[in-house]
Design a protein around this ligand. Structure first.
Ligand code: ATP
Length: 255
């Protein structure tokens, strides 16, 4: 069971997680918050033990044992600028990485745009979804799945999974971990408008692929080049021969 009191005592935010919902089972935490007309407070967090229709990009599924991990969504609906979406995406993975390093002293590596890896193994997945009216983003939900205390993983994965417990060699408190993530996330979010450069630099400092020869694949094309940099909006800049190409999405791997 998730102990809300233990979580709340460590939560040090102004708005993220101040409206908090915990449930055993739901279709998808992202869909619920996107569609809800009741839970509309900016920064609402919904944590569910089991998502029956949890999903990643292109409807890739996130599988997670109930009661062992963290699968939750954060809802934002206050002045979301479309050009900040990528930075929020990168910033979410950064908040998770900082929390893992602070609490468990494990070295974390980030893979563009938002994969969180420990020793080449994936510990978290993130999916941003939004609802817009015209050009205006009315609501943004950030879905997060983190392998926390799951001892083992069955099945095949493109990137092998791991959990905090496997790497830390001990079970950890999900309550303390979630509050640490939300504390770090709120600070990062505040920096999105004040100091986006800091988010980009902190993210880059944890990205081992930066400067390396990489492959970027989307549904249609595969590109090869050097991971030159991120631009000011968080897009990947790929150097192909002497040209720089801006990548908006795709699966990145070392060549
Ligand atoms: P990827 O970076 O692997 O291409 P993605 O960014 O498209 O994934 P995510 O939401 O991060 O999408 O994660 C979904 C992917 O993660 C699925 O393709 C699945 O293979 C893998 N996956 C599902 N459950 C887990 C898990 N518990 N731990 C690690 N990986 C998982």
């Amino acid at each position: 069971m998730f102990n809300i009191e233990d979580f709340d005592i460590k939560l040090d935010t102004e708005f993220i997680g101040r409206s908090f919902i915990y449930c055993e089972k739901i279709d998808s935490t992202n869909s619920f918050l996107l569609e809800s007309t009741i839970y509309t407070q900016n920064g609402t967090v919904l944590l569910a033990e089991l998502q029956e229709k949890g999903r990643g990009r292109q409807d890739r599924i996130w599988s997670s044992n109930p009661d062992q991990n963290l699968t939750f969504s954060i809802m934002l609906n206050d002045k979301i600028k479309p050009n900040r979406m990528n930075i929020i995406n990168l910033g979410t993975s950064l908040a998770i990485a900082q929390s893992i390093e602070n609490l468990y002293q494990l070295k974390v590596n980030l893979k563009w745009p938002n994969d969180v890896l420990i020793c080449g193994r994936k510990v978290a997945g993130i999916l941003l979804e939004s609802a817009s009216i015209g050009n205006k983003i009315e609501k943004l939900v950030i879905g997060v799945g983190i392998n926390v205390n799951q001892p083992s993983f069955q099945g095949k994965y493109p990137i092998p999974p791991t959990s905090i417990r496997k790497e830390f060699k001990d079970a950890v408190s999900r309550e303390k971990f979630l509050s640490e993530i939300l504390n770090n996330f709120e600070e990062i979010l505040n920096n999105c408008s004040k100091n986006p450069e800091k988010i980009l630099n902190d993210w880059k400092s944890k990205c081992e692929m930066l400067g390396e020869k990489i492959k970027v694949e989307d549904e249609k094309t595969t590109r090869y080049g050097i991971f030159e940099d991120l631009d000011s909006e968080g897009h990947l800049l790929l150097k192909i021969d002497d040209k720089i190409e801006k990548i908006h999405f795709g699966d990145v791997s070392l060549r």
